[in-house]
Design a protein around this ligand. Structure first.
Ligand SMILES: CC(C)(COP(=O)(O)OP(=O)(O)OC[C@H]1O[C@@H](n2cnc3c(N)ncnc32)[C@H](O)[C@@H]1OP(=O)(O)O)[C@@H](O)C(=O)NCCC(=O)NCCS
Length: 146
């Protein structure tokens, strides 16, 4: 069974950031450490884990962007588990957490090649693309939680 929980131990966090790096930074030749941003201490972190094998399947984090607006970022699914519904589970999870915490809107900066993915969940583009890490362009997408 797949469970979504927050990383707790030093080992959990090591695996959590390693998966981020592997999926989101290494392919662009970015240095280790680039998988973290300044907002880690004020973010809620989530990991999808196979509770049978203990394997880490995917990660995402959630924080407040501005009053009423939740922001999830660093969504990454382990390569061999992509397109098996893990991303969907993580997105639905952060939406539910944000809803319970009283946020009215949730959004993410999507790479231009992932906008179709987020549109499936009802997200709409509300901004102009901007460069990210000099490697891709991202655009803010959001949806109402009401
Ligand atoms: C993009 C990503 C998070 C999607 O998670 P996932 O677990 O692989 O996707 P899911 O299994 O939840 O996909 C749900 C649906 O979206 C589709 N889908 C997956 N990736 C897609 C994409 N990039 N564009 C359009 N549709 C996509 C799937 O085919 C699936 O369709 P179905 O429900 O009809 O079968 C994951 O593939 C990933 O980590 N990719 C690399 C990093 C990345 O691009 N992160 C996004 C940062 S903006």
């Amino acid at each position: 069974m797949i469970v979504i929980r927050s990383p707790q131990t030093k080992e959990d966090f090591k695996d959590y950031y390693a998966l981020r790096y592997q999926v989101l930074r290494q392919p662009w030749g970015q240095h280790q450490g680039s998988e973290k941003d300044d907002y880690e201490p004020i973010s809620r972190h989530f990991m999808a884990v196979d509770d049978g094998s203990g394997e880490l399947l995917g990660v995402v984090k959630l924080l407040e962007k501005e009053p009423g607006v939740a922001w999830f970022s660093h969504l990454a699914v382990a390569p061999r588990h992509q397109r098996t519904g893990i991303g969907r589970l993580l997105v639905e999870h952060v939406e539910e957490v944000a809803r319970q915490e009283g946020f009215r809107t949730i959004g993410a900066y999507s790479r231009l090649n992932s906008t179709e993915y987020f549109k499936r969940f009802g997200y709409q583009i509300t901004g102009l693309p901007s460069p990210y890490f000099g490697a891709v362009q991202v655009v803010w997408m959001e949806k109402s939680l009401d």
